[in-house]
Design a protein around this ligand. Structure first.
Ligand code: HEC
Ligand code: HEC
Length: 184
């Protein structure tokens, strides 16, 4: 092996290890549930992603699960058996039973009489998305709604989030603002 090839190999190895390290570091907020549930995925991940149970308090899941027929303008009804299994799964793994940072902060900012039915309806969520203005979502044909976490967060399906990796289609971050791509 000549010197050039050797140098190339070393650089490749260094690059590979440093990107692997970075990928791990990039998860700032992990909401992934330890307990997975196929029943939950089948019942709740056909119209949108399966939200991590720790994204909402127990009382929110119970309320949401008690009226699936009127689910945000859709009918998400399931059999009584599935309904019970999913409710139990969500309750068991809800924010109160998760000791990670997101759950604690989200609950901390929630008033006792507040039972949000939307992950995107919690105060903590709104604080974290302060820079993401409504028109960047609602009037953005590639996004439409905050409910589609995975459009802007590439590891959302694994329950992993990081502001450094968050992307709004059609916008880029300039200083402390998101500005439309097309202006540049
Ligand atoms: C038939 C389609 C459908 C099914 C099945 C479904 N949902 Fe939904 N869900 C929706 C729609 C539509 C919305 C509103 C999305 C929006 O605001 O754009 C929604 C929104 C939500 C939200 C609020 C998201 C947010 O933060 O804005 C939660 C939480 C949720 N669903 C939980 C569930 C659970 C739990 C199940 C399984 C029992 C389920 N969904 C099954 C259609 C469905
Ligand atoms: C329109 C794109 C968009 C959607 C949809 C979206 N987010 Fe975000 N999110 C962002 C951006 C951009 C940031 C970083 C904001 C900033 O830089 O201040 C962020 C920040 C966050 C953070 C903070 C991460 C950190 O490192 O502190 C969390 C957690 C998060 N989002 C969760 C969610 C969840 C859960 C959903 C779905 C219910 C969601 N987001 C939907 C764009 C989005």
């Amino acid at each position: 092996m000549n010197k050039q090839m050797m140098a190339l190999m070393v650089t490749t190895i260094l690059l590979a290890t440093s990107t692997a390290g970075m990928a791990e570091e990039r998860v700032r907020i992990d909401m992934g549930a330890e307990e997975q549930s196929d029943v939950y995925d089948r019942a709740c991940a056909s119209c949108h992603m399966a939200y991590a149970p720790s994204m909402l308090p127990e009382r929110s899941w119970k309320k949401l699960m008690s009226d699936l027929e009127n689910h945000f303008g859709d009918d998400a009804e399931v059999s009584e058996e599935v309904q019970q299994q999913v409710t139990a799964y969500l309750a068991r793994n809800a924010a109160e039973h998760d000791d990670k940072r997101y759950a604690k902060s989200m609950l901390g900012l929630l008033r006792d009489n507040d039972t949000p039915l939307r992950v995107s309806g919690t105060t903590y969520f709104k604080l974290m998305h302060d820079l993401v203005k409504p028109h960047m979502v609602g009037l953005n044909s590639k996004v439409k709604t905050f409910a589609r976490c995975e459009v802007c967060h590439h590891q959302a399906l694994q329950g992993k989030f990081n502001r450094m990796d968050a992307r709004i289609p059609g916008y880029f971050k300039r200083g402390n603002r998101f500005v439309p791509d097309r202006l540049y």
